[in-house]
Design a protein around this ligand. Sequence first.
Ligand SMILES: Nc1nc2c(ncn2[C@@H]2O[C@H](COP(=O)(O)OP(=O)(O)O)[C@@H](O)[C@H]2O)c(=O)[nH]1
Ligand SMILES: [Mg+2]
Length: 237
Amino acid sequence: MDNLNNIGFSHWFRSRLDADKVAAHAIARVVSVHKERYTITNGQGEVFAELSGNLFYTADSPTDLPTTGDWVYADFYDDDTHAIIHGVMPRKTLLRRKTAGKLVDFQLIAANIDVAFVIQSADYNFNLRRLERYLVMVNESGITPVILLSKCDLITQNEVENIKASLLSIAPHVTVLAYSSLSGENIDVIKKYLLPGNTYCLLGSSGVGKTTLLNSLLGSRQFETQSVSKKQNKGRH
Ligand SMILES: Nc1nc2c(ncn2[C@@H]2O[C@H](COP(=O)(O)OP(=O)(O)O)[C@@H](O)[C@H]2O)c(=O)[nH]1
Ligand SMILES: [Mg+2]
């Protein structure tokens, strides 16, 4: 159970376990979803997984199917190289966005996020209306937002203060932090927000510095940033 605790399996989920399902299956968390292909983990490595026929055919809507961050009941096979997902546990939070003009009303983004860092960059990208839309989505999901103003090395301290003041006018109760991955300013403050057992997400348009921030927090270049990805003509996220 220690491995599960480390990846966020808190009392909230433990107290909602289904005794019959626990007796029959292992517990795991969804790491990623690509169409019908899932990656799940029990805290020790990642395993390719598919849905059981029963779970797939009894789902009334896409919301009933697992999304990234979900806790699931699963069976592992072949030395834990493959798994089948049999059920989805109740969700503490669900981040989803409205899809315009489609049959499906909502697109699931992630489940069981505790804190969302909403990132806007201090340069051209800064836009209060867009930020408000992110905050609405986060608040509707029951997730705590923290606003991050990235690339504050590109503007003066005075400009940082002006932007902070305008942010406080639309979100008076939300923490706002200005930081720079380039100079390292306030990276240590952001790290203090990261508590063991909690789940976080980064939200923000392409190019605001999400990947660079992840690398700064990890102290490595584990993820490819935009300029590199562009050269290789890959999708950027
Ligand atoms: N000046 C400055 N540039 C940054 C900072 N963080 C990221 N960038 C640059 O912004 C661009 C987009 O960053 P990336 O992390 O790929 O953005 P993402 O699309 O949100 O993941 C890259 O060229 C980064 O080098 C920062 O703190 N200061
Ligand atoms: Mg990225």
